[in-house]
Design a protein around this ligand. Structure first.
Ligand code: AQP
Length: 333
């Protein structure tokens, strides 16, 4: 790889991506890929923190790779791979566990939310999830991590772990910066606009997936929860539903909030919701076309994953070897 700055990011293969995943992160990956050396990972090990049907996980992993490419991630320019194919992720994660404090992990909002939602399976992986995420990022001497706003806390922890480690052993890890979009950092549920849009929401009207057919997209936007004021105006606190729809519309059309307010002045919510739905359908059309093509070329996808893992492994092992040496493990003879 060249001396350009480096990006790393990943998503869990837990079903079709939502508009939140796309607008919060993936769209930026595509925009940044020409400027940075980019490494994009399907974080299948992270997905194990929730019980998954093995066949489903297998299918979702390749499907996620296809969704990355369908959203404009060029496999010729970037490294695309599956996390479980590069064992250094699990290995560094163990080491970093020994440099992370229980108190730090206990403060993570995602752990609190996910353990409340999955009371029957509050496993240790759910707790140490941010450490694996830190390992993912630090292995590649990453400069920038494009993620949605919900991952900010995890990224701050990754920075703390890197600084702590460097403080003891010298400059081993690059300390990464977050890259969080100004518009779209937190796309909210269409049914409960004070919670984030999530692919594991039980109510499928709450989220739009990148693979939803046009009629489902329009129907879900028509049912989106709004308010009784009948005025399209950005006010996150008092009008979270309309503000969320404005964010989505702004992200997919590039229009500013002022322009949107003017466009819908004197019009009802019905017109606005339909316009948002239609804009999203248009944005998803090319993504879905490309996705369907890719899913019928399985060999092409597995070849990308194979090549990606090879390069990623080389880079990751360089860092891992340095870490092992610094902490005093005897090099393998
Ligand atoms: N609602 C959102 N708005 C903006 N960005 C979001 N991201 C997730 N939800 C939103 C960003 O998408 C990336 C991938 O996240 P992940 O695959 O690690 O899963 P997650 O954050 O746990 O997302 P979900 O959709 O809520 O998945 P489930 O329901 O499976 O837990 C990250 O960059 C994240 O910031």
């Amino acid at each position: 790889m060249s001396e350009r700055k480096r990006i790393f990011s990943g998503m869990q293969p837990t079903g079709a991506l939502t508009l939140g995943n796309y607008l919060g992160a993936l769209k930026n990956w595509a925009q940044l890929q020409d400027e940075y050396d980019s490494i994009f990972c399907v974080v299948d090990l992270h997905a194990l923190t929730i019980r998954r049907e093995p066949a489903r996980l297998r299918a979702d992993s390749l499907s996620l790779l296809a969704q990355y490419i369908a959203c404009g991630i060029d496999p010729e320019k970037n490294i695309l791979f599956l996390q479980s194919h590069v064992s250094a992720h699990a290995e560094l994660s163990w080491i970093l566990n020994c440099y992370t404090y229980m108190g730090e992990l206990g403060r993570m909002t995602q752990f609190k939310e996910k353990s409340a939602r999955h009371q029957d399976n509050i496993n240790a992986g759910l707790f140490t999830y941010p450490v694996l995420m830190a390992a993912d990022i630090l292995l590649y001497q990453t400069d920038l991590v494009p993620v949605g706003g919900d991952q900010k806390q995890h990224l701050e922890l990754a920075r703390d772990i890197a600084e702590r480690f460097n403080g003891i052993y010298g400059d081993v890890f690059k300390v990464p910066e977050p890259y969080i979009p100004k518009v779209g950092a937190r796309i909210m549920s269409l049914q409960e606009p004070t919670s984030k849009m999530s692919k594991s929401d039980e109510n499928e009207n709450a989220y739009i997936t990148l693979l939803d057919p046009p009629d489902a997209v329009i129907r879900k936007f028509k049912r989106a929860v709004t308010d009784s004021e009948a005025s399209v105006r950005f006010d996150q606190e008092n009008k979270p539903g309309i503000s969320n729809l404005m964010t989505i519309y702004s992200s997919v059309t590039g229009k500013t909030y002022d322009e949107i307010e003017r466009e819908f002045e004197g019009k009802g919510y019905g017109d606005f919701k339909l316009a948002v739905g239609e804009a999203v359908v248009e944005a998803l059309k090319p993504v879905q076309g490309r996705y369907n093509e890719l899913m019928s070329s399985r060999d092409y996808l597995t070849e990308i994953a194979r090549k990606g893992a090879e390069t990623a492994e080389y880079l990751a092992n360089k860092t891992l070897r340095k870490v092992y040496k610094k902490i005093g493990l005897v090099p393998r003879p």
